[in-house]
Design a protein around this ligand. Structure first.
Ligand SMILES: [Zn+2]
Length: 426
């Protein structure tokens, strides 16, 4: 045993590389650890190890999942990250429709509902409806254990703070306290992220791409995301990828932002529906349908829009030199649009920026946003720092002697899963 002051470290839950949070990260990194293996891997004293594990058991974060096969000695208990029945609630919201899903911790959709709405509606009208739908989905499995809520929105948002920037797509939402309201509803960690960035992250995560990926969500609006080494770039204040309001021309069609000639004013799905209204188009679904049927007027309008978007993407390709350009959204996934975008990008960019470039349609269909939000949410909720903070907070509300663990008091049976605080839906 070392000379560590075990009492102090127990009360403080530990910080640094031997904290309970770091031990948890280690346990989560592979399925099954014996206490002996953890001792060897971390170099901490037995007392410290047992204190840390005790905290993790009490918080419902790890459990004993059977024993090792005996190698001569006594079989040892295997410790595992407790992801049993843990679920996420994910809202992937676009301009006019969205997808609400209950997902497992890998981002796989367990249950989902699609719904139509107009995101420019006042939040006081729209948000309660969305959250009620989320509640209904959760209610379908009372044994599920909610650990976090993620929401992708078609607006610039700082995912670190949840602060939205002023934007015309979601008027009135900026100071509505969206993140706090969701937190109040379920009492679990909440992640807000831009929808196009979430989509890009999901595409990178689902395909295991470790390089540079540029993702574009092209539907009613236009947004992009740059993923580098598994992390999506959010920017200094959450506006990274907000390419819809890059001005292409000094004049041109008026934009919702009050200026003229923005990419969105020329080429967004919303703009194309407007351009084709005289041709009998009422919404983006009409446009997609007629494009698939080969309507030459619709295809012509889409090609024009795709060329404008392709020109902007060529600049992005020159800046970040991606391996993959993924085209998503209801327009981005149309063959005719994807082909035109690729042609424009390749025509406008220098050869050396495209030596490895692949232009591909979204590979996981509509699930990109859900997967991306899930990945980022799980990383936030279960980071070593988040776990240390969670344990320190729960230690504050417990009587002092509850944190005093000794080797004798190490739980030998399945830990109760009840003490996990306030993660049940209310
Ligand atoms: Zn604009």
């Amino acid at each position: 045993m070392t000379s560590e002051n075990s009492k102090t470290s127990a009360v403080a839950a530990g910080t640094g590389p031997t904290s309970a949070g770091h031990m948890f990260s280690l346990i989560r990194s592979r399925p099954g650890w014996t206490r002996q293996q953890l001792l060897a891997a971390t170099g901490v004293s037995r007392t410290t190890l047992f204190e840390r594990l005790d905290q993790l058991f009490k918080a419902g974060l790890v459990y004993e999942a059977g024993t090792t096969s005996s190698e001569g000695g006594r079989p040892a208990q295997l410790l595992r990250f407790d992801d049993r029945d843990r679920v996420l609630l994910i809202f992937d919201l676009g301009h006019v429709h969205g997808r609400i899903a209950v997902a497992d911790l890998s981002g796989n959709t367990l249950r989902m509902v699609s719904l139509r709405f107009d995101i420019s509606n006042p939040p006081s009208r729209l948000l309660p409806r969305l959250l009620d739908q989320g509640d209904a989905l959760l209610a379908a499995d009372p044994s599920a254990h909610l650990v976090g809520v993620g929401m992708g929105i078609p607006a610039p948002v700082d995912s670190e703070t949840g602060q939205m920037s002023e934007c015309t797509t979601m008027p009135g939402w900026q100071d509505y306290g969206l993140k706090e309201r969701i937190q109040q509803r379920w009492g679990v960690p909440v992640l807000l992220e831009n929808d196009a960035r979430a989509f890009s992250l999901g595409e990178a995560a689902a395909t295991g791409e470790a390089g540079i990926l540029l993702g574009v969500k092209y539907s009613s609006g236009i947004g992009a995301g740059v993923v580098v080494g598994g992390e999506v770039i959010g920017g200094a204040n959450g506006a990274a990828g907000d390419i819809g309001h890059i001005r292409l021309t000094d004049d041109g069609p008026p934009c919702t932002c009050g200026r003229r000639g923005c990419l969105a004013a020329w080429a967004s799905g919303r703009a194309i529906v407007e351009q084709l209204r005289g041709h009998g188009m009422h919404d983006l679904e009409d446009v997609v349908q007629r494009a698939r049927e080969g309507d030459p007027v619709v295809v012509g309008a889409l090609r024009k829009g795709a060329r404008r978007l392709g020109r902007v993407l060529a600049s992005m390709v020159a800046i970040v030199n991606p391996e993959t350009l993924v085209l998503g959204g209801s327009l981005g996934r149309l063959d005719v649009v994807a082909a035109e975008i690729e042609r424009q990008v390749r025509g406008d960019t220098v050869e050396r920026a495209m030596l490895k470039l692949r232009v591909v349609p979204a590979r996981i269909g509509d699930e990109g946003g859900t997967v991306g939000l899930s990945r980022k949410l799980v990383r936030n909720v279960y980071s070593a720092t988040a776990i240390d903070t969670l344990l320190a907070d729960s230690a504050k509300t417990e009587p002092a002697d509850a944190t005093e663990a000794t080797e004798d008091s190490v739980p030998v049976s399945q830990p109760s899963r009840a003490p996990r605080k306030s993660t049940r839906r209310r």
